[in-house]
Ligand binder design. Structure first.
Ligand code: KG4
Ligand code: ZN
Length: 355
C-alpha cells in the first residue's frame, strides 16, 4: 500500500511556538496527527504586549522540544516526513527566523523539500480540516496584526477588497482590554466581561462606516474608548464599556461585511464566506456573521475554535497543498516580515492604505 504523505508545519511568527504533523487523506480533509502549541502568554503578560526579543529567545529555547513532542504524539519518525513547511512571513523578523531556519536545517539534514508558508494563507485555509472549500471564496481575516477582506481565488491567489487603514481588530480588542485593566491578551477578556455589561451605556464612533468600501478604521474608536474610560467609577462601568465597545465592533463588521459580500458577488459566483484568525473565536462576532450570511444567502464557514488562533496545523495544510503542486523553496529563500497575500494591494507611505 502506498504510504500517505506526511507534512511537518512549523510556526513561530509571533508569540506561539508550534509544530504540527498532518497526514494527507486523499479527497477527504487531511488528518491532524499532532498539533503542539506552546504559548508565551506568561512571558509577555507583565509587559501588556509581545516583546520581540523575548519572544525570539523563547522560540529558540522551545522549538526542539516542541518538535520532539509532535513526533512522539503522532508516532511518526522524522525520516518518514515528506516535507518541512514553515511560516516565512508576515510576522516579527526575529521570531520568523527561528522557525524558518530550524526548518531549513531539517530540510537539509533530511534531504526533504522546504516549503515557505505565508502565515495568513494558513489562517485562510484553516477551515479545510473540516471540509474542502471550493475556490473562489470570500475571506475575512481578523487577527492581532491583520484585518482584511480578501477573495481567495486559489492557492497563493488572493485579491484584497479591503483592509484596516490603522489598527488591526485584534489589536483594538487588546488595547481596549489594556485600558480597562484586563489581562493580556485582552480579546477573550472583553468577550467575557461584555456579557455582564450594558451595551447601550456608551455611545462610541464607527469611523468611515459609510465610506471607503470595505476598508475599516479603528483608531478613532480606540481614542473614544480611552476618553470614556476616564468616566469609569466601578467594575460595572468597565463591563458596560466592554459591552458597548464590542457592540460597536459588531455594527462595523455588519456594515462592512455586507459591502464585501456585494463586491464579491458582483464578479464571482462562490458561495462560501470564511472568517478566520484569532478574533474569529469571538462568539458574538460569529453570531453576527451567521446573521449576515443568512440575509445575503452565502454560507458562513469558521475554523474549529482551536484552529482560530496561531497554530502549526494551518501552516502544514498549506505545506501539503504546495507539496502536491511541487511548490518547493530553495535553502536560500529569505523570510519576509511583510509578506502580503495580495501582491498588488497598495500601501501609502507610512502605514496608511489608499482608500
Ligand atoms: O491569529 P492570532 O492568534 O495571532 C495573530 O496572528 O495575530 O490572533 C490573536 C488575536 C489577539 O489580538 C487576541 O486578543 C484576539 O486574537 N482574540 C480575540 C478573541 N480570542 C482571541 N478577540 C476577541 N474575542 C476573542 N474571543
Ligand atoms: Zn495569526
Amino acid at each position: 500500500m502506498k504510504k500517505k504523505i506526511l507534512i511537518m508545519g512549523i510556526e513561530t511568527s509571533c508569540d506561539e511556538t508550534a509544530v504540527s504533523i498532518i497526514q494527507d487523506n486523499g479527497k477527504k480533509p487531511p488528518k491532524i496527527l499532532a498539533n503542539i502549541i506552546s504559548s508565551q502568554e506568561k512571558v509577555h503578560k507583565k509587559f501588556g504586549g509581545v516583546v520581540p526579543e523575548l519572544a525570539a529567545r523563547s522560540h529558540l529555547e522551545k522549538i526542539e522540544t516542541i518538535t520532539k513532542k509532535a513526533l512522539k504524539k503522532s508516532c511518526v519518525k522524522l525520516h518518514d516526513i515528506n516535507a518541512i513547511s514553515a511560516t516565512a512571513g508576515p510576522g516579527l523578523i526575529v521570531c520568523l527566523s527561528v522557525g524558518f531556519n530550524f526548518a531549513k536545517s531539517l530540510s537539509l539534514a533530511l534531504k526533504k523539500p522546504l516549503i515557505a508558508v505565508n502565515h495568513l494563507e494558513g489562517h485562510a485555509l484553516s477551515p479545510m480540516f473540516k471540509n474542502n472549500i471550493k475556490y473562489p471564496y470570500l475571506l475575512l481575516l481578523i487577527s492581532g496584526g491583520h484585518t482584511q477582506y480578501l477573495i481567495v481565488k486559489g492557492l497563493g491567489k488572493y485579491e484584497r477588497l479591503g483592509t484596516t487603514i490603522d489598527d488591526a481588530l485584534g489589536e483594538v480588542f487588546d488595547k481596549t482590554a489594556k485600558i480597562l485593566g484586563f489581562e493580556f491578551p485582552g480579546g477573550p477578556k472583553i468577550e467575557q466581561y461584555a456579557k455582564k455589561g450594558d451595551q447601550k451605556k456608551f455611545i462610541l464612533p464607527k469611523p468611515i462606516i459609510n465610506r471607503g468600501g470595505c476598508n475599516v478604521s479603528f483608531a478613532g474608536l480606540k481614542t473614544a474608548v480611552f476618553r470614556s474610560s476616564k468616566l469609569i467609577k466601578n467594575n460595572q462601568d468597565k463591563y458596560d464599556l466592554a459591552a458597548s465597545f464590542q457592540k460597536t465592533i459588531l455594527e462595523i463588521i455588519y456594515k462592512k461585511t455586507k459591502v464585501a459580500i456585494n463586491e464579491f458577488k458582483k464578479d464571482y459566483n462562490g458561495d462560501k464566506f470564511v472568517v478566520a484568525g484569532g478574533v474569529a473565536a469571538n462568539k458574538e462576532i460569529r453570531k453576527t456573521i451567521k446573521k449576515i450570511c443568512i440575509e445575503e444567502k452565502i454560507d458562513a464557514v469558521f475554523p474549529d475554535l482551536d484552529l482560530c488562533s496561531d497554530n502549526a496545523a494551518m501552516i502544514a495544510i498549506v505545506g501539503l497543498k504546495k507539496f502536491k503542486k511541487k511548490e518547493f523553496n530553495k535553502l536560500d529563500f529569505s523570510i519576509n516580515p511583510r509578506w502580503q497575500l495580495d501582491k498588488n494591494a497598495k500601501f501609502l507611505k507610512g502605514s496608511g492604505i489608499v482608500l
